[in-house]
Design a protein around this ligand. Structure first.
Ligand code: GAP
Length: 458
């Protein structure tokens, strides 16, 4: 339904989901700020991931490790040596490309895809993607540290701390969310590929030999997470990596891909990292990073299955998938048909007349009560038709309207559902129980026995 990211980018700016970073200074390439609605959606994505990974299970615990780590970590992990993108420069127009962005025949002719000149491209050179900085007052080699390019390593170096304090037995996992940084050569496509982004990663430690079974388990588990949150199944696929694509630590990786306006693209990778990381850290730190298996009465190094997703990329996925345009009468209605749990605002309480104190007071009181069910707002800044359209466009599943009839006649309010635009009338003293049902069971189930109507003008 969404034809290009430009449409989404303009909605995000207009409605306060995402702004360009440092916009008043002309911005900073590929850096973005999440506005009032964006931060809500982002937090909801993280909360739902954490709930499914940590709180709903007994075999995974959480961690929040620091972004800056001892630089030895990145030598041991292989990132200093291997976390490179081969790149090519145009000597004529100074453009820089990732080698894999250039068609084979252009590379052969050394033809620049920007300025069109032939024979001006350099040989591919390795470009390390880690951001470097210095710790302390002296900016020399000894003070060099890196901004982490993945959250995973914070988990591996804490493996023994977590295992001994939680007394978890294999198989068990450690989950972590947080910022990662990569000096991407060609960041693009809005928030799809940026230099600063957030990851949600989980390292699941298993007995060697059980790894392939668990790899399959996590691919299925993660695929289902997306469909449960409303992502269209036909727009999702699983793509196993070819041997030449695998990261330096991986024995097998499957990507979950989504069909964006830019084509099928990775949203999450599920890798079988084997015992690579724990063994590397054991070797470089000279510490024992193993697990004592009471059954075999010996120390073993677990294998690791890693589902790794990007918060920002999932943000883009949920926005893209939920974006709809529909003809209503002679105008186009834009609605974000987000799953209730993801929607930034759950209930908007709208007074039909803002000049009537009794209506405004009741609406304000109801918004405060509804907030106990889910994040609710009061809005009286436009006519009711415009307020509905605005809430549709930001994905609010339910609008509650207080009108003259409510205060003068029947003490009932109107609840309007975003996707069907159907409406029901509910006594104010039943509003909390009905909205509780809406939050847990959804519209169709909750309103089975209640008469509905659709008013196309609202
Ligand atoms: N620890 C494994 C790892 O980091 P990855 O495939 O490089 O694997 C995992 O990254 C996920 O992080 C990706 O599927 C993507 O969702 C997100 N991600 C990676 N690089 C990104 C970038 N430059 N901008 C936004 N998201 C990114």
């Amino acid at each position: 339904m969404l034809k290009s990211f430009d449409v989404l980018q303009s909605l995000c700016k207009r409605r306060g989901f995402i702004f360009q970073s440092s916009e008043i200074y002309g911005g900073l390439a590929s850096c973005w700020d999440y506005g009032p609605l964006g931060v809500e959606l982002k937090n909801n994505i993280k909360k739902l991931w954490w709930k499914s990974m940590v709180h709903n299970r007994q075999d995974i615990v959480g961690l929040d490790s620091s972004i800056l780590m001892n630089p030895q970590v990145w030598i041991a992990s292989g990132h200093v040596e291997n976390f490179n993108d081969p790149m090519v420069d145009c000597k004529s127009c100074k453009a820089r490309f990732r080698q894999d962005e250039l068609p084979a025949e252009k590379l052969k002719e050394k033809t620049c895809i920007k300025c069109g000149n032939k024979g001006t491209l350099t040989e591919p050179r390795q470009f390390n993607l880690m951001f470097r900085t210095f710790m302390g007052p002296v900016e020399d080699e000894g003070a060099r540290v890196y901004l982490r390019p993945e959250t995973a390593q914070g988990i591996f170096v804490n493996f023994v701390n977590v295992q001994t304090t939680t007394r978890k037995k294999l198989p068990f996992g450690i989950a972590q969310m947080g910022k990662s940084f990569r000096n991407e050569i060609t960041p693009k496509n809005f928030i799809f590929r940026t230099r600063e982004f957030e990851q949600m990663e989980m390292e699941f430690f298993v007995m060697p030999g059980d790894d392939e079974k668990w790899h399959k388990y996590w691919v299925d588990e993660r695929f289902n997470w997306y469909t449960k949150l409303g992502i269209n199944k036909n727009k999702l696929r699983i793509r196993p990596h070819g041997k030449d694509e695998l990261s330096h630590y991986s024995k097998a990786t499957s990507d979950i891909e989504y069909e964006f306006p830019i084509g099928w693209s990775e949203i999450e990778g599920i890798a079988n990292r084997t015992d690579f990381d724990l063994k590397q850290h054991a070797k470089h730190s000279k510490q024992e990073l193993s697990y004592f298996d009471p059954e075999q009465n010996k120390h073993i190094t677990p294998y690791v299955i890693e589902p790794a997703a990007g918060v920002d990329r999932l943000f883009l996925t949920f926005m893209t998938d939920s974006y709809t345009e529909e003809k209503v009468k002679d105008e186009t209605r834009v609605a974000l048909k987000l799953h209730y749990e993801l929607a930034p605002i759950k209930f908007a309480v709208l007074p039909l007349l803002k000049k009537r104190n009794d209506i405004v007071e009741l609406a304000t009181k109801l918004r405060n009560e509804l907030n106990s069910i889910g994040y609710s707002v009061y809005d009286d800044t436009a006519s009711i038709g415009k307020l509905y359209r605005r809430q549709d466009e930001i994905g609010t599943p339910y609008c509650v309207t207080v009108d003259v009839q409510t205060v003068e006649e029947d003490k009932k309010v109107t609840i309007r559902e975003r996707d069907t635009m159907e409406q029901i009338r509910v006594p104010t003293d039943q509003l909390l129980s009905v909205t509780h049902d809406l939050a847990t069971k959804g519209w169709t189930e909750t309103t089975k026995t209640i008469p509905k109507w659709t008013n196309q003008s609202t």
